[in-house]
Design a protein around this ligand. Structure first.
Ligand SMILES: Cc1cc2nc3c(=O)[nH]c(=O)nc-3n(C[C@H](O)[C@H](O)[C@H](O)COP(=O)(O)O)c2cc1C
Length: 302
């Protein structure tokens, strides 16, 4: 039975966990490949896959979700397990730490059979901000080889008769839902601008509109991101900013004003666009950081 152990990481600590898992599985008689997600091009020769990710602000590095997206069809045909490497203390030893929201959603998309959180590692002399700043207070190695080996032993026992899990399709990720929320945000802004302009003049209306944009997109973002499985905050921020720019261009400038002079106004166009982008990303990011309490996370950790 061929097993792939793969991982995504920023500073190499997660690779150490993957290698221990690979060694144990090999000793237990499996044909194991241990490679980073950046090196794996095809999955059709593997009968089971173990995917790991380092946690940064409760997310796995973006190459892991991309890897999962690329190989989703195959990952749904084989048993898959997830592991995270994270806490820079002994909390992973004391309790089972559930997958954060992003990881839990990925586990559901794939139909992963389980998830475990291992302690992490941060080297004192790590390069780059913010890791180097964090290392001043939190450097150390909390990867416990015994616990990692014990989990690998459990997998080795389960693997020969394990079947693929049941994947969940998240309706919250649908394209129409993403686009509808972007259009709603734009429409609320347009109503404020169109409603106030005749009353207080275009300049004052633009100022109020610009001030209102963060509130509008906080509310729209909250409504969008609260549903499990919504798209990633950076991707959503790009799409909504593009929608607002496009609707400003086509409807406001093209159809209503029949003049594109508004695009020379920083206050009228460019600042609101920047605020749409930043607000959406910030709200989505904050909501992902919120503690995961939903039933599906429990299912993943069962
Ligand atoms: C900027 C930064 C943010 C982090 N955020 C989290 C986090 O949200 N949750 C967590 O458990 N660990 C967090 N960690 C700890 C890392 O997950 C840990 O150091 C991990 O072992 C790094 O793996 P890597 O060396 O493979 O990149 C963070 C570390 C850094 C430097």
């Amino acid at each position: 039975m061929r097993v792939l152990v793969t991982w995504g990481s920023k500073h190499g600590g997660t690779e150490g966990i993957a290698r221990i898992l690979g060694d144990v599985l090999e000793q237990r008689g499996f044909d194991v490949e241990v490679s980073s997600v950046n090196e794996v091009t095809r999955l059709d020769t593997f009968d089971a896959v173990i995917i790991g990710g380092a946690l940064y602000a409760n997310r796995w590095p973006s190459n892991v979700p991309r890897f999962i997206g690329r190989h989703l069809a195959r990952l749904r045909q084989v048993p898959v397990w997830f592991f995270s490497s994270g806490p820079l203390d002994d909390s992973a030893e004391r309790q089972d730490i559930p997958a954060p929201r992003q990881v839990g959603v990925l586990a559901e998309r794939v139909g992963a059979r389980g998830h475990i959180t291992f302690g992490g590692r941060l080297e004192r002399d790590v390069k780059g901000f913010p890791a180097s700043a964090m290392a001043k207070e939190h450097s150390g190695d909390w990867r416990n080889p015994e616990r990692i080996r014990a989990w690998a032993d459990r997998l080795a026992t389960e693997l020969p008769h394990a079947t693929p899990g049941t994947p969940i399709e998240h309706r919250a990720a649908s394209l129409p839902r993403l686009l509808a929320h972007g259009v709603l945000g734009w429409a609320l802004g347009a109503v404020i601008l169109a409603g106030l302009s005749p009353l207080i003049g275009i300049t004052a209306a633009r100022i109020i509109h610009t001030l209102a944009v963060p509130f509008i997109f906080s509310a729209v973002g909250w409504h969008y991101f609260r549903d499990r499985g919504a798209r990633a905050p950076p991707q959503t921020a790009v799409v909504w900013t593009a929608i607002v720019a496009l609707l400003d261009l086509v409807i406001v400038a093209g159809l209503v004003q029949r003049d594109f002079a508004m695009f020379s106004s920083i206050l009228g166009v460019w600042l609101p666009l920047v605020l749409v982008f930043l607000t959406t990303w910030a709200v989505g990011g904050m909501m992902e950081m919120m503690p995961e309490t939903v039933r599906a996370a429990k299912q993943v950790n069962a």
